[in-house]
Design a protein around this ligand. Structure first.
Ligand code: XLS
Ligand code: NI
Ligand code: NI
Length: 438
């Protein structure tokens, strides 16, 4: 396809050219049609390009403002449509099957709530046409409940009930639009659902407010027949000092408490896992173990800075371990790989947007292929199965199924009179095995 806006110059298409290509505007590993573990690569990875970092973020940092010059920056509906034209040019050039957005990314803020909603709905009309023309689909929609000053003290957890109501109305409008556009998920990231200081915070009340808010969302999902998945995106801090959706395990506890563990899943972001002191694969494995894995925000966090740096991913060995967890969890269903990643502020050329995604998509492809081989060859999973094989022998299961009380276990140990024989965990060998695939 050729660009309709000319923003990307005369770049007509980005194609798979194979690993030896040195063309910066070609894929070297991402080949949508290639079969991996019985499925097309495109259907495994389900890539999405995000609206906010690519088309909204001006390139500022705490010490300086805008570095990107984009012809669509501004607050009018005409500029919002120009932004959408460029966005869909980019989705198509990258052959990204999906995109994601917040209400705030795509429409100008109105003078009233009703005007903001109308602007959003008009942009959804515009998207409908663009989606039909290009075949690009919506992976998820979401509401920005953190940028505007009205949300400075939280959205669902705000001490002011009027802000709770405003946030609820905003989510309703965003869910309506996501549903209309065939979105496959709806995401809630609680950017300001947390606190700055306990000195002004009633934590028990705020958690109850958040629990009720999420129940309202789930009730509404069923009311309108939205077939997608509701996803929570955990993050430990930034913007608030402490966020309630700290990590996957914390979110699971929250869902259990408010009766939502079968209704809501998680959207796990690499950078947020790192900020929480975990690895990406740890968060994925936790979600898999608890049965709440949904989708991923793919990016890379700087390991030194302590900030949410949202860089494009490039660590293939780590990504292989992440996709290994995803494949072992059965792969994506409604979820996908959303690049929640942004350029560094010195990367000001339009083509930098393409180059960054091409690199990210190629790295994901390499990670996926390595993960698929690890899974198919079973060296790792066979080792794990064998490590726990004792549980299938000699009535060991009785210790777990409730039929064997503590004193019976103690009696068995005395009767058998043997000390358990320790076995090697073989970590270095397993790491060497992984190294064969990456
Ligand atoms: C911010 C989050 C955000 C969500 C969507 O840190 O990652 O971008 O993905 O609201
Ligand atoms: Ni994210
Ligand atoms: Ni992030």
């Amino acid at each position: 396809m050729t660009s309709t806006t000319g923003f990307f110059g005369d770049i007509a298409s980005i194609d798979f050219e194979g690993p030896d290509s040195v063309n910066p505007l070609a894929f070297r590993h991402y080949n949508p049609e290639e079969m991996v573990a019985g499925k097309r690569m495109e259907d495994h990875l389900r890539f999405a390009v995000c609206y906010w970092h690519n088309f909204v973020w001006p390139g500022g940092d705490p010490f300086g403002g805008q570095t990107f010059e984009r012809p669509w920056f501004g607050d009018t509906m005409d500029l919002a449509r120009l932004k959408a034209d460029v966005a869909f040019d980019m989705f198509s050039l990258l052959k990204s099957p999906y995109f994601c957005f917040h209400d705030f990314d795509v429409r100008p803020e109105g003078a009233t709530f009703a005007e903001s909603r109308k602007n959003l709905e008009q942009m959804a009309d515009y998207f409908e046409t663009k989606m039909e023309e290009t075949g690009v689909k919506l992976l998820w929609g979401t509401a920005n409940l953190f940028s505007h000053r009205r949300f400075m003290s939280g959205a669902a957890t705000n001490p002011d009930p009027d802000v709770f109501a405003y946030a609820a109305a905003t989510v309703k409008a965003c869910m309506d639009v996501t549903h209309r556009l065939g979105g496959e998920n709806y995401v809630l990231w609680g950017g300001r659902e947390g606190y700055e200081t306990l000195l002004n915070t009633d934590m028990a009340r705020e958690l109850d407010q958040m629990g009720r808010f999420l129940n309202l969302v789930v009730e509404y999902k069923h009311k309108i027949g939205f077939p997608g998945t509701i996803l929570i995106e955990p993050k430990p801090q930034e913007p608030t000092k402490h966020q309630y959706d700290y990590d996957v395990a914390t979110v699971y506890g929250f869902l259990k408490r408010y009766g939502l563990e079968n209704e809501v899943r998680v959207n796990i972001e690499q950078g947020h896992a790192i900020l929480a002191g975990h690895s990406f694969e740890h968060e994925l494995a936790t979600a898999r173990a608890l049965g709440i894995f949904g989708s991923i925000d793919m990016n890379r966090n700087d390991y030194q800075s302590g900030w949410d740096t949202d860089q494009f991913p490039n660590n293939v060995p780590e990504m292989a371990l992440a996709y290994y967890q995803i494949l072992e969890a059965g792969g994506f269903t409604t979820g996908g790989t959303n690049f929640d990643a942004k350029l560094r502020r010195q990367s000001i050329d339009p083509e930098d947007l393409l180059i960054a995604h091409i690199g990210g998509m190629d790295c994901c492809a390499r990670g996926l292929k390595a993960a698929a081989r690890m899974m198919e060859e079973k060296t790792l999973s066979d080792f794990v199965t064998d490590r726990y094989a004792g549980w299938k022998q000699g009535g060991a299961e009785a210790m777990l199924d409730g039929s064997m009380p503590l004193e019976a276990i103690a009696a068995r140990v005395e009767a058998e009179g043997t000390d358990p024989a320790p076995r090697s965990g073989k970590q270095e060998w397993l790491e060497n095995v992984v190294n064969r695939y990456v």
